[in-house]
Ligand binder design. Structure first.
Ligand code: SIN
Length: 283
């Protein structure tokens, strides 16, 4: 098999000619690492990997973050379950976000493996935050370049999160929980624009789910600025959908992309296995 990298529309790249069930030669690993840094999200098709192989692939990138808030796989705590049952209304990840920006050293990335898919729907959208940053009007770029923002998980996963409507039934049925852990988290501060640790590119690093405030601005000015940045980042030219098939895997960089899980398959089951890899401080 010969490794090939094919651009995935406006965001990401598909890696062809690799079998993640077998150890990869160093040249392939290097090419995959470069594609990941370059494109922000990489996709694999037609993979038949076990849970152990999923874990081994993730470990080749760094230590695994054991998720504090998602239900864990019954035999593999490294794997977080992203499941929606046929009788459930709300999905996990059904709003633009990047995983773990509420951590002091935000996650490098997440590797999502499709285990059970609905007959149609259930795609995931990705948005490039390097492209969004590059596309900012120069005055806005200059305004945000040196700013910092506070991120938090408490309003999403904590005990006061009852009003966070999109997570309500995921919480009551145990798919997402552990308010005690969320309540005691300290909120980190990250630059609004980061220099990406792998690519060296500048990327917008705020997101609608977990960024709560821009430092040094009034509450109103902070909310206005974040709303402006989100409206800009959600523009279609920075986005691409990924349509899952059996054997599909997506591996996204949490520092340079946002993602969004479509909730358009009511009455059907969708089960995905997610492993998140630890990252580094972005300050
Ligand atoms: C997530 O937000 O981590 C899950 C994305 C998906 O299920 O497509």
């Amino acid at each position: 098999m010969t490794l090939e990298i094919r651009k995935h529309g406006r965001v990401g790249a598909e890696i062809l000619g690799v079998d993640l069930a077998s150890p990869l030669p160093e040249t392939d690993l290097a090419a995959i690492r470069a594609a990941f840094a370059d494109h922000g999200v990489i996709f694999f098709r037609d993979q038949q990997i076990t849970e152990e192989q999923h874990i081994a692939f993730a470990q080749s990138w760094g230590p695994i973050n054991i998720n504090r808030f998602f239900a864990a796989h019954p035999r593999y705590p490294e794997i977080a379950l992203v499941v929606k049952e046929p009788d459930q209304q709300h999905n996990i990840g059904g709003g633009w976000h990047t995983d773990h920006s509420y951590d002091f050293a935000p996650a490098l990335g997440s590797i999502l493996v499709a285990r059970e898919l609905p007959p149609q729907g259930g795609a995931t959208a990705f948005a490039s935050m390097t492209a969004a940053y590059d596309g900012l009007p120069p005055a806005l770029k200059a305004q945000v370049d040196e700013l910092q923002a506070v991120h938090s998980a408490r309003h999403v996963f904590g005990s006061k999160a009852a009003a966070y409507e999109s997570l309500q039934d995921t919480r009551s049925d145990g798919r997402i929980g552990n308010a005690t852990a969320a309540d005691v988290l300290d909120d980190p501060v990250h630059p609004v624009v980061i220099t990406h640790p792998l690519s060296g590119k500048r990327a917008l690093y705020v997101n609608p789910s977990f960024t709560v405030r821009v430092l040094g601005l009034s509450d109103e000015a902070s909310a206005d600025l974040l709303a402006t940045l989100y409206e800009h980042a959600k523009r279609p030219e920075f986005q691409e959908d990924f349509h899952w098939r059996p054997g599909s895997i997506a591996f996204w960089d949490n520092r340079s992309t946002w993602h969004y899980a479509y909730n358009d398959y009511h009455g059907h089951r969708r089960e995905m296995h997610r492993i998140t890899i630890e990252g580094v401080s972005l300050s």
